[in-house]
Design a protein around this ligand. Structure first.
Ligand SMILES: Cc1ncc(COP(=O)(O)O)c(C=O)c1O
Length: 255
């Protein structure tokens, strides 16, 4: 599983009694590097987990091929990839299976096809999301517009920022727009001075968290994930963004 991800996925693995084995990302896409998965596989490896981080998909053809060759399962975490397409197919398109799993593995009352669990949304949250879901595609288009603006404008407005690579295979949903800045504190402070809020996803990789001290993976074990944790900076992103307003904020002198 990815070394650079939100700890949620690691915790889910730990909850099952399995051991998380981190893998470095591809530097330009932030997603798990299929070439580095192979070296971590052992006879007890049960599954590979790809997290579609920040709304871009991992290189799933490569991940699926190596998993098929070794007879291990592939899990996709699409928590940040609502509406994302990978080579024309939506990421995490398992609705029927998941619907059953969240309801005791049942598709028909008192008929249980799978060993599922009780993980249904409560009614109020479901009601809100039911309405929001109708807007998802349009909101993702708006996010794409903001991302296109960033990709076109940041080389001029924020030349110290390394931009995310956009490989040919996904249609990203831009859950986050994440750049890398070597002197991140300075970059963050400069943007704050322009009234532009930023966040860091994520400042401490899971293997360096106290929660995983037992894995005995000290600093230096995953240098790329650790460097990304020091350099990544999430710029404002969301369907509410207005490109003209963004442009006005960034266009104020940055010197
Ligand atoms: C990849 C990823 N990002 C973020 C989150 C956080 O999700 P939430 O906002 O529901 O806590 C999760 C939770 O599972 C996750 O797996």
């Amino acid at each position: 599983m990815p070394a650079n991800t939100y700890i949620a996925t690691w915790l889910a693995v730990t909850q099952t009694g399995a051991r998380p084995v981190p893998v470095e990302p591809v530097e330009s896409t932030y997603n798990i590097d299929p070439d580095q998965i192979t070296a971590t596989l052992i006879s007890r490896t049960r599954a590979v987990i790809a997290v579609h981080l920040y709304g871009q998909t991992a290189d799933m053809d490569a991940v699926n091929t190596l998993a098929r060759e070794r007879g291990i399962k592939v899990l996709e975490n699409a928590a940040q990839a609502h509406g994302v397409k990978y080579r024309g197919r939506k990421a995490g398109a398992l609705a029927d299976q998941v619907r059953a799993l969240r309801n005791y593995g049942s598709r028909r009352k008192y008929v249980n096809d799978l060993p599922g669990c009780n993980s249904r949304l409560d009614e109020l949250q479901a009601a809100f999301l039911r309405v929001k879901l109708r807007h998802l595609d349009e909101w993702n288009v708006r996010r794409s517009r903001a991302a296109a603006w960033y990709l076109g404008s940041l080389p001029r407005l924020m030349p110290e920022a390394a931009l995310p690579a956009t490989p040919a295979w996904p249609e990203p949903c831009w859950h986050q727009f994440v750049v890398r800045v070597m002197d991140r504190s300075a970059g963050q402070a400069r943007l704050a001075g322009l009234g532009i809020d930023t966040l860091i996803h994520y400042p401490i990789p899971p293997h360096l968290q106290q929660a995983y001290a037992g894995l005995n993976l000290p600093r230096g074990s995953f240098p790329l994930a650790e460097r990304l944790a020091d350099e990544v900076l999430s710029l404002p992103m969301g369907p509410h963004l207005d490109v003209a307003a963004l442009s006005a904020s960034f266009a104020r002198p940055l010197e």
